[in-house]
Design a protein around this ligand. Structure first.
Ligand code: AGP
Length: 605
C-alpha cells in the first residue's frame, strides 16, 4: 500500500524523489521520507516526517547539497502508528531502506538475531534494515539474498549501502516494483505513475531477483547469482498523462475522461460490428468450453462484476458467481476446469485478488483478467488478459476504471452470446451498437453535471443516507454508495428497495435522505411503490431516472438519464453517481483524491 521510489542519475535526486512521491502519494499518505547521498561527501542524509509529501518538501527546503542518488517512501501504516520515527526511510548501520509490504516473521527475526536493542521504531521494515546490516560484508547482492532468504511475507525493498555512492538495490516478493534506464538515469518505483514522466519503457522486477541501479546501467541477478536480462515493456500511456490538467482533483479529471477511456477500450475490439478479442489473444474456446463463470475482485472492480453477473444471467442464462476476493479462499469455492474465472482489477496488484487467482488456477480453472496496468502481478498470473485503456487512474476512488471494466464485460458477453449460438450476428451487432453509444450518453451526463451538483447540496449535511433500487439499479447503487462513502465519509447504504420493508425501513424518518435509481423498464412500477413507501414516512428523495420513465416521478427531485437499453443504463447512471459523490466531497472541502485511511492499491491481505 505504500509508494516507493529510487533514482540515480544526472538530475537533482531530491527533487526527482519528491515529485515522484507526489505522484505515488495515492498509494498511502500517512508519512513520507527521502534519503539522498550527498554528491561531495557521499554521506546519506535522511529527511522524514508524519504527514503529506508537501510537509516533507517543506522539511527539505533547507537542504542545499546536490545529490544524484536517493530513495523515497510514502507510507500507509501497517506496523506501528503514524509518527516521524515510524516513517521511512529506516537506517541501520551502513544500510538505508524503504519497504512496501508486510514481514510476517519480524518478531522471530528480532529474537533470532538479537536486534532488540538496535531498533527505535515499531515497524517490521526497520527489522529488515537491521538484518541487512547484519549480513552486509561489502557485497550488496549477497547481503540482500541472505536477508530475503529469512523473510516471510510480502516485500518490495529498496536499499542504499553507505559505501556504495551512486547505487541503489532492490528485491521484491509480491509487492510491485517497476524500473527503467532512461536518459535521466536509472529509476524504480512501486508503479508506472512515477516513471511515465521520464519514459514509457519499463521492466517489472522479477520476484527474488536482485536489482542494482547505477547512473549508467542496471544489473539483475537471480537467486543463484546469475546475471539476467531485464524484459522491457512499453506502456501505452502518453508521457505526463498522470498530471491533473487543470482540474482541482484527479477524481474530476478521471470522471471527465470516461467517454474517451471507454472509446479507447472498445474501438480496437470491434470488427465488422462484431466483438473481437483476436488482438488480445483470447480464443473463443475460453468462452464456449466453460460451464460456469466466477468473477473475483474487490471494491469497485467487484461491483463491475455484479453488473456482469446480471448480463451473464439475462443474456447467456449461465451460472455465475461474483466472489469478494478477500473471502474467496475461505468460502470453499466450487471451482474446477469447467469454471471460467474472470479477475477484475484496475491496478493488477490487489493482493486479495492475486492470491484468489492463484488459488483458482491451482484448482484447474482458466483465468481471464480484466486489468488496467500492463504487466501487473495479476496480469502475469493469468492465462489471458484483456487490458482496459483507462490510462493512469490516480484518485483513490475508482471511476474510469469501472466504466472501462464494464465496457470489456459488454464485449465479453456479446462474444460469448454469439460463440455459444445465443445471439445471431444481427443481434450481436445490435448489442454492440448500443455499447458504441455509451461514450455519447456519458458525455450527455457530464454536460449536465451542474444539475448533479445541485442534488449534491441536498445531502451535504447528511450523516446517514439510503440508496434504493432493484436488480441492476441495486448494483448501480452499490457502486454509487461506495463512491459516496469513501470520498465524503457519509454512511451511505445501498439497499434492494424491495427488501426495505423487511426491516431497514424502520430507519426512515422525517427528512432521511434517500437516493433512488430507476433505469429498468421492467422494474419501474415496483421501484415507484418502494419510493412512495419511504416518501410517505418522511424521506427526502432524489431519483436518478431514465428519461422515458421520468413522467411518473415528477413529484421528486430528478436527474434525468439519457435513454439506453436497460442493460446499458449502468454507464450513464454510474457516472452521474460518481459526480454526486465527487461534488459532496469537494463541497465539504475534503481532499477528494486521498480520502482518510485509504490507499489506491491494497497490497496487504
Ligand atoms: C474503489 O473506489 C476503491 N478505491 C477500491 O474499492 C478499489 O476498487 C479496490 O481496492 C480494488 O482495486 P483494484 O481494482 O486495483 O484491484
Amino acid at each position: 500500500m505504500c509508494g516507493i521510489i529510487g533514482y540515480t542519475g544526472s538530475e537533482n535526486a531530491r527533487e526527482v524523489l519528491l515529485d515522484a512521491l507526489e505522484l505515488l502519494e495515492y498509494r498511502g499518505y500517512d508519512s513520507a521520507g527521502v534519503a539522498v547521498k550527498e554528491a561531495g561527501s557521499g554521506k546519506t542524509v535522511v529527511r522524514r516526517c508524519a504527514g503529506r509529501v508537501r510537509d516533507l518538501r517543506k522539511l527539505c527546503e533547507t537542504e542545499t547539497h546536490f545529490s544524484g542518488c536517493g530513495i523515497g517512501h510514502t507510507r500507509w501504516a501497517t506496523h506501528g502508528g503514524v509518527s516521524d520515527v515510524n516513517a521511512h526511510p529506516h537506517q541501520a548501520g551502513s544500510v538505508t531502506l524503504v519497504h512496501n509490504g508486510i514481514i510476517e516473521n519480524y518478531r522471530e527475526l528480532i529474537a533470532d538475531y538479537g536486534l532488540e536493542g538496535k531498533l527505535r521504531s515499531e515497524t517490521d521494515s526497520e527489522v529488515v534494515a537491521a538484518l541487512l546490516d547484519y549480513f552486509y560484508e561489502g557485497n550488496p547482492q549477497e547481503a540482500v539474498q541472505k536477508t530475503v532468504g529469512r523473510l516471510k511475507g510480502t516485500f518490495a525493498l529498496v536499499v542504499m549501502f553507505e559505501d556504495r555512492r551512486d547505487a541503489i538495490y532492490a528485491v521484491r516478493n509480491v509487492s510491485p516494483v517497476v524500473a527503467t534506464l532512461c536518459e535521466q538515469g536509472a529509476m524504480l518505483a512501486s508503479d508506472l505513475t512515477a516513471l511515465c514522466r521520464f519514459t514509457n519503457r519499463y521492466f517489472v522486477l522479477p520476484e527474488y531477483q536482485v536489482l542494482e541501479l547505477r547512473k549508467d546501467g542496471v544489473t539483475l541477478w537471480d537467486p543463484d547469482g546469475k546475471v539476467m536480462e531485464p524484459e522491457y515493456q512499453t506502456v501505452d500511456w502518453e508521457l505526463n498523462s498522470s498530471g491533473k490538467n487543470g482540474y482541482p482533483f484527479y477524481m474530476e479529471k478521471e470522471i471527465m475522461e470516461q467517454p474517451g477511456a471507454v472509446t479507447r477500450t472498445i474501438e480496437g475490439r470491434i470488427r465488422g460490428g462484431m466483438p473481437d478479442f483476436s488482438a488480445d489473444g483470447v480464443p473463443d474456446t475460453l468462452f464456449t468450453d466453460c460451464e460456469r463463470i466466477c468473477v473475483i475482485a474487490c471494491g469497485t472492480a467487484m461491483h463491475a462484476g455484479l453488473v456482469a453477473q446480471a448480463l451473464v444471467k439475462s443474456v447467456l442464462h449461465m451460472h455465475i458467481e461474483v466472489e469478494m476476493a478477500s473471502e474467496f479462499m475461505y468460502s470453499d469455492p466450487v471451482i474446477d476446469e469447467k469454471t471460467l474465472v474472470i479477475a477484475v482489477s484496475q491496478s493488477g496488484e490487489t493482493i486479495d485478488t492475486l492470491e484468489a487467482v492463484k488459488y483458482a488456477r491451482l484448482r484447474g480453472a482458466k483465468c481471464l483478467s480484466v486489468i488496467n496496468v500492463r504487466g501487473s502481478s495479476i496480469a502475469r498470473e493469468s492465462d489471458y488478459v484483456i487490458y482496459t485503456s483507462a490510462g493512469p487512474e490516480i484518485a483513490v476512488a475508482s471511476t474510469k476504471a469501472y466504466t472501462t471494466q464494464l465496457a470489456v464485460f459488454y464485449l465479453i458477453v456479446a462474444r460469448m452470446a454469439h460463440s455459444r449460438g445465443i445471439f445471431t450476428e444481427e443481434e450481436t451487432q445490435c448489442f454492440i451498437r448500443e455499447l458504441q453509444r455509451t461514450p455519447e450518453t456519458i458525455r450527455d451526463v457530464l454536460a449536465r453535471r451542474r444539475e448533479v451538483h445541485v442534488l449534491a447540496k441536498k445531502v451535504l449535511a447528511a450523516k446517514d443516507l439510503f440508496m434504493i433500487g432493484r436488480g441492476l439499479d441495486h448494483s448501480i447503487l452499490l457502486e454509487g454508495s461506495l463512491k459516496l462513502k469513501e470520498v465524503s465519509y457519509i454512511h451511505s447504504e445501498a439497499y434492494a428497495s424491495g427488501e426495505l420493508k423487511h426491516g431497514p425501513i424502520a430507519l426512515i424518518t422525517q427528512d432521511t435522505p434517500v437516493v433512488a435509481s430507476v433505469t429498468q423498464d421492467k422494474l419501474m412500477s415496483k421501484e415507484l411503490s418502494n419510493i412512495r413507501e419511504v416518501a410517505s414516512r418522511g424521506a427526502d428523495v432524489a431519483v436518478f431516472v431514465k428519461d422515458s420513465l421520468a413522467k411518473e416521478l415528477e413529484d421528486y427531485e430528478l436527474f434525468r438519464l439519457p435513454d439506453m437499453r436497460d442493460e446499458f443504463m449502468v454507464m450513464p447512471a454510474s457516472v452521474a453517481l460518481q459526480l454526486l459523490a465527487y461534488y459532496v466531497s469537494s463541497d465539504k472541502g475534503f481532499d477528494v483524491d486521498k480520502p482518510r485511511n485509504l490507499a489506491k492499491v491494497v497490497t496487504v491481505e
